[in-house]
Design a protein around this ligand. Structure first.
Ligand code: ADP
Ligand code: MG
Length: 357
C-alpha cells in the first residue's frame, strides 16, 4: 500500500527547474533512499513533501489525502504528521535534550509529553543525558536528540536529509542502524537522502538515483547495482568506464580484445558501437584463465586506506580503483582478468544492453 505519492511534480526557482516532473512513491513500512549529486533536487523534494515549499505542477498525496497541488490550499507542515531530521540537527540551543524532544509534543499530548520524550531519548541511547543542552552533547548525541524529536511525534513518515553526513564513519554506521531499527520496529516509512552509497545500500528497501531534477531509476539496491538502466546510474553506482566497444556478428570488441557474446537469457545487443562499463567485481588481479578477457593496466598510484591499499591503475584511458593487499610500484604493468559476462553495455539513448545473466 502506498503511503506517499509524488506525481509528476515540477518545481522551479526563478529560471531554474529544480524538479522536472518527478514521480515517486513510498510504500507503508518502506525505506526509500535517494542518491544524487549536489544540486540534483533532493532537498527540494523533501521540502515539498514536508510542506515547506509548494509544487508548481503535479501533486503530492499523503496517506490517501491530497496535500499539495496547484490551486489547492495545501496541508500545512504541522498537519502532515511527518518527522524530519536534517544534517544540521536544528536543535533549540537553550533547551535541554528533554525539552527539545518534548516541546513539539506539549500541544499534542499535554502532560504525557515529558514521559514520552524521556522514553524516546532512552530508545536512541541517551538515557541519563536528558538534562544536557546541545552544547554539552557531541555531534552524534545531538543527532540522536534530533532523531528522538522526529520520532516522538509518532510520524507516519520520517524524512531525513543527509542526517549522518557530518558524523564520522563509526558513528554514522551506528546511527544508521539505529534509524533502520527504529523505523522498522514502529512500522514507519522513511524517505531519506544520502550521498553515501554504502549508507543507501545498508538502509534502503529501494534506492533512487536523481540527476538534474529527474529520477533516473529507482529499484532495490541489488537490482540497481546489477542492472543500471543508463550510464549515469552505472557511474553513480561505481561502475568504471566508459570504454568504446563494438558489437559485430555476435562478438564484443573491447579495446583489449574480442570475445563472443554469451547466449544468455538477455537479448544480444544489435551490431554497432556501444559504451562499456565494468564493476570492480568483474576485474581480477589473479592469474587469468583462458576463458576470460585479459587486459594490461598500468599502475598510477597506491593509496593506503584503513583496510588495505587502493590501487589506481589506467586501463585504456579509464582509471580503475581496486582494493589490493600490498602497494605496487607506480608505472608497473599488471594483467587483469576481466569477466565479459559482467559487462554493462549501452548503445544510443539510455537503454541498457546488459550481458550479465
Ligand atoms: P540537492 O539537495 O540535491 O543538493 P537542492 O534541492 O538543494 O539539491 O537544489 C536543487 C536546485 O535548486 C539547485 O540548483 C539549487 O541551487 C536550487 N535551489 C534550491 N532551493 C532554492 C531556493 N530557495 N531558491 C533558488 N534556488 C534554489
Ligand atoms: Mg540537499
Amino acid at each position: 500500500m502506498t503511503l506517499l505519492e509524488i506525481d509528476t511534480v515540477h518545481k522551479r526557482y526563478g529560471q531554474h527547474d529544480a524538479l522536472c516532473g518527478l514521480t515517486l512513491t513510498v510504500g507503508r513500512g518502506e525505506i526509500v533512499t535517494l542518491l544524487g549529486a549536489s544540486g540534483s533536487g533532493k532537498t527540494t523534494l523533501l521540502r515539498l513533501v514536508a510542506g515547506l515549499e509548494r509544487v508548481d505542477s503535479g501533486r503530492i498525496v499523503l496517506n490517501g489525502a491530497l496535500v499539495d497541488a496547484p490551486g489547492t490550499q495545501g496541508l500545512p507542515p504541522e498537519k502532515r504528521r511527518l518527522g524530519m531530521v536534517f544534517q544540521d540537527y536544528a536543535l533549540w540551543p537553550h533547551l535541554t535534550a528533554l525539552d527539545n524532544v518534548a516541546l513539539p509534543l506539549r500541544v499534542r499530548d499535554g502532560r504525557d509529553a515529558h514521559r514520552h520524550a524521556l522514553r524516546m531519548l532512552e530508545r536512541v541511547g541517551l538515557g541519563g543525558l536528558e538534562e544536557r543542552c546541545p552544547h554539552e552533547l557531541s555531534g552524534g548525541q545531538q543527532q540522536r536528540v534530533a532523531l528522538a524529536r522526529a520520532l516522538a511525534v509518532r510520524p507516519r513518515l520520517l524524512l531525513c536529509d543527509e542526517p549522518l553526513s557530518s558524523l564520522d564513519a563509526g558513528l554514522r554506521e551506528e546511527l544508521r542502524e539505529l534509524i533502520g531499527s527504529v523505523v522498522r520496529e514502529h512500522g514507519l516509512s522513511a524517505l531519506t537522502i544520502t550521498h553515501d552509497r554504502r549508507e543507501a545500500l545498508a538502509l534502503a528497501d529501494r534506492v533512487g538515483v536523481m540527476e538534474a531534477g529527474r529520477l533516473l531509476q529507482i529499484d532495490t539496491p541489488r537490482e540497481l547495482w546489477r542492472h543500471p538502466h543508463c550510464e549515469a546510474v552505472a557511474r553513480f553506482t561505481d561502475a568504471f568506464g566508459p570504454w568504446s566497444a563494438q558489437i559485430e556478428g555476435g562478438s564484443l570488441h573491447a579495446p583489449w580484445g574480442a570475445c563472443l557474446l554469451s547466449s544468455g537469457p538477455t537479448k544480444a545487443p544489435p551490431d554497432g558501437s556501444v559504451r562499456l562499463y565494468l564493476r570492480a567485481q568483474a576485474l581480477r588481479l589473479e592469474a587469468p584463465t583462458h576463458a576470460l578477457w585479459q587486459a594490461r593496466a598500468r599502475v598510477l598510484s597506491s593509496v593506503v586506506t584503513g583496510a588495505g591499499v587502493e590501487l589506481r591503475c589506467d586501463l585504456h584511458g579509464v582509471t580503475l580503483r581496486l582494493p589490493i593487499a600490498e602497494a605496487l610500484p607506480v608505472g608497473a604493468e599488471l594483467v587483469l582478468a576481466i569477466d565479459p559476462a559482467q559487462s554493462l553495455l549501452y548503445s544510443h539513448g539510455t537503454e541498457q544492453e546488459s550481458l550479465s545473466a
